[in-house]
Structure formats: structure tokens, C-alpha cells
Design a protein around this ligand. Structure first.
Ligand code: GRF
Length: 195
């Protein structure tokens, strides 16, 4: 592990269990990443409580406070620029980021998606995997580009779908994979092993 701290920002919209996994990895000194800010577009996101409990600065930037998506993106960009993160980690952030934002932070924004992309971009991935008769399902970490859920893939992890699996049981299993993989990949960025 490198000794210099590696500043990251985390963007959430909800529960923040992936945020918690990253907080826990940092507490356990498994990575030199340091969360400099957690930003949510939802004021009631439980992840904000997780961040506050860990002593991490939080911000709420709500789409509804801006007349259009561009101005929301600009506010988000200005806020992030103040914190100078080397990596922007989307962890259940339910907003699509516009082209200017993506270009401004080119190569610095990553997302975790609950499917084996390019299969099942978008929502309801677990039910769709079951409905399509897939035998495997998984999680993808990828760079964020202007194409939704279609940026270069950094890492994937997969599991077998059991005959008795439902969307709920699959979601739980996928979350466990996510909680292991996301901190590991963030640590590879912190150690300068991913460009
Ligand atoms: C995760 O399943 C992630 O793959 C998707 O949104 C979910 C966020 O869960 N992008 P949580 O808020 O981290 O618990």
C-alpha cells in the first residue's frame, strides 16, 4: 500500500452500502484512499448518515433546485473541483451525468453496475437476468462515459444463478460481490495500477 493519501469523492442517491464497504476498507487500512466528500442528490439518502458517522464531509445537491440538468451538473462539477478528488466514485448515484461533466472529469469517474455488462444496462438487472434464463449474473466496474453503462470495463465478478434465486436473493448476493470488488478496485487506483 502506498503511503500518500489518495483523495476520492463518492456520489450516492440512497442506502450507501457500497459507500460503507469503502469506509470499512479504509478503516481497516486496506487502502490509502481517503474519502474527501460524499455528495448525494437525495437529502434523505441513508448513505449520508453513514458518511457523517465516519466523520466525512457531506453535501446535498438536488436536481429539483436547478432549472435544468446542465446547471445541476455545473453545480456538482464546481463542488467536486473544490475537493480536488483524483477519483469520483459513483455508488448507487441515480443521475445521468451530462457530456460536459464527463469530459471535465475524463478518465476519473467510475461506476459500479449490477450486471455483467454489456448485458443488462439500466435498471431491474436481477429480474431481467432471471427472465432471460441466464445461468450467470454479476457486477461490473467501468469508467463513466457519455454512453450510459457503456464505458470501458475495469473489472467484473460473477456468480451462478441458482434455480431458486429471486430478484431479491440475487440482489443480496450481488451486493456482497460489490462490497468486495469496489474497495479492491479503488485501491488499485490509489496504488496507481489503473490508468
Ligand atoms: C448497487 O447495486 C450498485 O451496483 C448500483 O446501485 C446499487 C447501490 O447500492 N449502481 P448501495 O446504495 O451502495 O447500497
Amino acid at each position: 500500500m502506498t503511503t500518500a493519501l489518495y483523495p476520492i469523492a463518492i456520489l450516492i442517491s440512497g442506502n450507501g452500502s457500497n459507500l460503507q464497504a469503502i469506509i470499512d476498507a479504509i478503516s481497516a487500512k486496506k487502502t490509502s484512499a481517503q474519502i474527501v466528500v460524499v455528495i448525494s442528490d437525495q437529502a434523505n439518502a441513508y448513505g449520508l448518515e453513514r458518511a457523517k458517522k465516519a466523520g466525512i464531509p457531506t453535501k446535498v445537491i438536488s436536481q429539483q433546485d436547478f432549472p435544468n440538468h446542465n446547471q445541476f451538473d455545473t453545480e456538482l462539477q464546481n463542488c467536486l473541483d473544490q475537493y480536488q478528488p483524483k477519483l469520483i466514485v459513483l455508488a448507487g448515484f441515480m443521475r445521468i451525468l451530462g457530456p460536459e461533466f464527463v469530459q471535465h472529469f475524463h478518465g476519473k469517474v467510475i461506476n459500479i453496475h449490477p450486471s455483467l455488462l454489456p448485458k443488462f444496462p439500466g435498471l431491474k438487472t436481477h429480474q431481467r437476468a432471471i427472465d432471460e434464463g441466464e445461468t450467470e449474473h454479476g457486477v461490473t466496474i467501468h469508467f463513466v462515459t457519455e454512453d450510459l453503462d457503456n464505458g470501458p470495463i475495469i473489472a467484473q465478478a460473477k456468480l451462478a444463478i441458482a434455480p431458486e434465486d429471486t430478484a431479491e436473493t440475487l440482489q443480496q448476493k450481488i451486493h456482497q460481490l460489490e462490497h468486495q470488488l469496489y474497495p479492491e478496485i479503488i485501491n488499485l487506483f490509489a496504488e496507481d495500477k489503473i490508468k
